[in-house]
Design a protein around this ligand. Structure first.
Ligand SMILES: *Cc1c(COP(=O)(O)O)cnc(C)c1O
Length: 384
């Protein structure tokens, strides 16, 4: 399949991300359209749910309309609400924090580790209170969070360990695929994620009752035995058969899609290796990462905005790292709950100097060479 990357040097443009859609995707989606099962019933949904759960080594999969609704549904299924606290890393995409707010619980933001960029178990330990009901570990930019250490910190307390694996399809934590390590795992299949359904998400769990509750709440909380009997307030968070058809084709190709990103990641890593003061995605010895996005930490005192503008002028699309949650206006109050954990200094430092680099699967080695060369030049220019 052709891609958006313009090879023509004059109008070279490297987008940060682009879906990799092939003939199989077209075939499955066409089949779904022709079958007439275009809405939220259809065989592609069950096959996609089963297939993705199996890929991750999990028992049940409940697909949803997007990753945010999957996260929200997970918290609803756990019956979290006002008075409950949920510990969340400050460096994440905003949806991780917002779903806590949706259920009326309080997000408690903690710092991340410098060597994984993921939630710091020691900070989680300091943030625990009798009100803590859940911890959401985010596998940021494709690197697994330290789940063993989080489990140890939680101990025998009645606290759910949730994985936000929206950026890490296929990554492994000590040999186990992420999404199947915690009590509940959640993924997104948005267009820029490792596999896509256009919009979509899924919840994975080993717990039959939790799985049942998720699919019940996903479909207006309608009684499975009595039509139009709704014992509580539910949601319409269903995925469509069309989306699942796209997803199933992507799932059939997932090893190829991950391998393409892995190659790109290794090219970047090798080419940036000579730049002593530019750090790349971390890699803990116990983790097998996936390259959702290649990242570069610019040296301190280098003006990130200037680097990004320069790269843009040269056809290289970049993004700044996420703004830490405790910096966002609606979570200003949550800042007061930072408590003993103190200011998330690592999250702040990463957020100030980090950029995401183009990681579209179609990139070739020469493309990565061009991007890296322009990046190095832009950094030295911004240094003055
Ligand atoms: C993309 C993403 C989400 C939300 O997924 P959507 O499908 O866009 O709703 C949640 N958490 C993280 C960490 C993400 O990157």
């Amino acid at each position: 399949m052709s891609n958006n990357v313009e090879k023509n040097a004059a109008k070279r443009f490297y987008p940060i991300a682009a879906p990799d859609i092939g003939d199989l995707e077209a075939q499955y989606v066409t089949d779904a359209v022709r079958s007439g099962w275009v809405s939220s019933l259809g065989s592609y949904i069950l096959e996609f749910e089963r297939g993705f759960a199996e890929f991750c080594g999990s028992k049940y999969g409940i697909a949803t309309s997007n990753g945010t609704t999957a996260l929200h549904l997970a918290l609803e299924a756990l019956r979290l609400g006002p008075g409950d606290e949920v510990i969340v890393p400050s460096l994440t995409f905003v949806a991780t924090a917002n779903v806590v707010t949706y259920v009326g619980a309080t997000p408690v933001f903690v710092d991340v580790e410098a060597d994984t960029w993921c939630i710091d178990p020691l900070c989680v330990e300091r943030a625990l209170t009798p009100r803590t009901r859940a911890v959401i570990a985010v596998h940021l930019y494709g690197h697994p969070a330290n789940m063993d250490a989080l489990r140890a910190v939680i101990g025998t307390r009645d606290i759910a360990l949730i994985e936000d694996a929206a950026e890490a399809h296929g990554a492994r934590h000590r040999g186990h695929r992420v999404g199947s390590v915690g009590d509940i795992g959640v993924f997104s299949f948005y267009g820029n994620k490792i596999i896509t359904t256009g919009e979509g998400g899924i919840i994975l769990t080993e717990d039959a009752r939790l799985a049942e509750r998720c699919s019940f709440l996903r479909d207006h909380a309608m009684s499975p035995t009595r039509r139009y009997w709704h014992p509580e307030v539910g949601f319409n968070y269903r995925i469509t058969n069309l989306q699942a058809a796209l997803g199933l084709a992507q799932l059939r190709r997932i090893d190829e899609l991950i391998a393409k990103r892995d190659r790109i990641g290794r090219w970047y890593r090798d080419m940036l290796a000579t730049q002593a003061d530019v750090a790349f995605n971390p890699q803990a010895p116990w983790a097998s990462t996936v390259f959702w996005l290649a990242c570069a930490l610019l040296p301190e005192r280098v003006d990130r905005t200037a680097v990004m503008q320069q790269l843009k002028a040269e056809g290289v699309d970049t993004r700044p790292f996420f703004v830490p949650m405790h910096r966002l206006p609606m979570y200003e109050r949550a800042r007061m709950v930072l408590r003993a954990t103190g200011q998330p200094a690592v999250a702040d430092a990463l957020a100030e100097q980090g950029i995401n680099l183009p990681t579209a699967p179609s990139l070739g080695q020469d493309d990565v060479a061009y991007i890296t060369e322009r990046l190095v030049a832009a950094i030295s220019r911004a240094r003055g």
